[in-house]
Write a protein that binds this ligand. Structure first.
Ligand code: PMV
Length: 329
């Protein structure tokens, strides 16, 4: 057996990727910055098998068909082309996400798949090249190749659009407390959403703002300036959602719980608690807070919003993608 396995963590963007210049290559309209998380992990095993006719995929033990399998096959085709392999692959993947969280992550999924499939093909690639390939699966996966604080350079060609580490996980103990108001599958997925971005009249204004915010965010991370990290992250989340809401057609991911949550986080901050929110393509809040305040923020989220243990997930900065030996088959 020549199966290989990799583990990758999800990441939360502090400056977001929203909109693309090339939909096929997932070249983003802007650079982004993220934090890789230690608690939302995907483990994936890949084996190339000359005897098998087509690719196969199981997710959390369930065999997949249709678009889910087709997306993995399209990704594996890039790897086959690069490595010269022509065999079909057997892929198994499990998410070590708290049950019922509804937080399935394409970032950790494609970062783990990229690493395991190159390894299984017997081709060594640099972390930078691995990041370009993870990006072909899902843009944000380019960032999960690296641990800690990460930036994704947008680039104008496949080879130039990759992520790199800004600071290691141990540099700054910023936690992400994910508050899952709803685990429902979203009606407009991020792939579709990216296509709508330039149908908002304020998309260009946001891109200018993000380009100006990128060096400020990196500086804030390097100098451990939590206030600036939180302020920039919160503003960009609001800016990205403003682009979503003002696209044609409009995409509104928020629910009443999102708005109530935003108001509560701001009043906790007025009480002196260093906590900021960010929001991905969904209704759920991610609360950014230093490690020492995480237990209090978890408690407040649970009691104020009536969330269960499984609906509030506290993650510390995590490592980048890595090979492991505990194969899934
Ligand atoms: O990688 P995708 O296509 O799922 O896009 C991610 C989009 C956001 O999560 C909203 C922002 C980001 O930068 O992660």
């Amino acid at each position: 057996m020549n199966q290989k396995t990799a583990v990758a963590g999800a990441n939360i963007a502090l400056l977001k990727y929203w909109g693309r210049t090339d939909a096929k290559l997932n070249l983003p309209a802007n650079g982004s910055v993220s934090l890789t998380l230690d608690n939302l992990l995907t483990r994936t095993t890949v084996e190339f098998d000359p005897a098998s006719k087509g690719d196969s995929l199981t997710l959390d033990g369930k065999a997949q068909t249709g678009e889910v399998l087709a997306r993995v096959t399209r990704f594996l085709d890039h790897v086959r082309k690069r490595t010269g392999r022509s065999d079909a692959a057997r892929v198994a993947s499990v998410n070590a996400f708290p049950a019922g969280a509804g937080l399935a992550s394409s970032a950790s999924a494609f970062a783990a798949l990229a690493a395991a499939s190159f390894d299984a093909a017997g081709t060594k690639v640099s972390a930078k090249e691995l990041s370009t390939f993870a990006r072909l699966g899902s843009g944000s996966a380019s960032r999960s190749v690296f641990g800690g604080y990460v930036e994704w350079l947008p680039g104008a060609r496949h080879e130039d659009s990759y992520a790199r580490q800004i600071a290691a996980p141990g540099h700054l103990a910023l936690h992400d407390v994910a508050c899952i108001f709803s685990g429902e599958k979203k009606k407009v997925g991020s792939l579709e959403g990216h296509e709508l971005a330039d149908r908002s009249p304020i998309h260009g204004t946001r891109l200018k703002w993000v380009n100006d915010a990128l060096p400020r965010m990196k500086e804030a991370i390097l100098t451990k300036d939590l206030g600036s990290i939180g302020d920039l992250a919160e503003r960009d989340a609001l800016f990205m959602h403003s682009v979503m809401m003002t696209s044609d057609p409009s995409v509104l991911y928020w629910t009443g719980e999102t708005v109530r949550g935003i108001r509560d986080v701001r009043s906790w901050r007025d009480e002196g608690i260093p906590v900021w929110f960010t929001i991905d393509a969904g209704p759920n809040l991610h609360l950014l807070t230093p490690a020492e305040h995480a237990p209090d923020v978890v408690r407040r989220a649970r009691t104020t919003w009536g969330l269960s243990k499984e609906q509030v997930i506290d993650s510390a900065p995590g490592e980048g993608v890595r090979a492991v030996e505990d194969h899934l088959f």
